[in-house]
Design a protein around this ligand. Structure first.
Ligand code: FES
Length: 207
């Protein structure tokens, strides 16, 4: 038996800029819904708790996700980031290739086949990423702005892991010469209409 539930109480946080991130500011991105298999004892739990335990797909409304904004949701105990990248962000991805360890995402199992492309996404502008560092699992900071950083004098925007200073670009591709050796993982996901992403479900016809 299955059921569909609304998780209006679960609100992912969003990082608009490094400053806001440092200040710990969060904003509401949208309502989240899940479709989950029924389980007797789970009926007594709040919907969000049930979704986390079961690992059910999580549906995220992205209609109000601003350009450059990153929303975070939880899926199967992992933090999933959803970013609406700007045209500028997309344009510079190929420019970064020489600085990356695996710019073509050649290492297996880093993303589904449908996201094995330059943008590492189904829609170029919408990035869906497991934002746990592939070194030892910390959650990196997102620093989308271009400009010198203490850890990179030619920072082009991306993710910085403060645990051991691994860096990733805005497609989750790992830089060369950092502790992490794999790109950030792209989870299975698909779209329903223009404004909803379902984390945990492949697109129709994809394996
Ligand atoms: S956990 Fe991210 S660099 Fe080590």
């Amino acid at each position: 038996m299955s059921e569909t539930e609304s998780l209006d109480s679960e609100q992912p946080s969003a990082d608009l800029s490094r400053r806001r991130l440092l200040l710990g500011t969060t904003s509401v991105v949208g309502a989240v819904g899940v479709a989950a298999a029924a389980w007797p004892f789970l009926a007594s739990l709040r919907p969000s708790a049930r979704a986390r335990i079961i690992g059910a797909p999580v549906e995220v409304f992205i209609g109000n996700l601003e350009p450059g904004q990153l929303a975070r949701v939880q899926w199967r105990g992992q933090t999933i980031g959803i970013m609406r990248r700007t045209e500028r962000m997309l344009q510079q991805l190929p420019e970064l290739n020489p600085r990356l360890r695996d710019p073509e995402s050649a290492v297996a199992d880093q993303q589904p086949d449908y996201a094995r492309n330059l943008h590492r996404s189904i829609r170029p502008e919408i990035l869906v990423l497991n934002v746990h560092c592939t070194h030892l699992g910390c959650v990196p900071q997102v620093i989308p702005e271009i400009g010198a950083q203490p850890f990179d004098s030619d920072w082009r925007g991306g993710f910085f892991c403060p645990c051991h200073r691994s860096t990733f670009d805005l497609a989750g591709r790992v830089y060369s010469g950092v502790p992490a050796v794999r790109n950030l993982l792209v989870p299975p996901h698909s779209f329903v209409g223009d404004d909803h992403v379902i984390i945990g479900v492949d697109p129709e016809g994809a394996s």
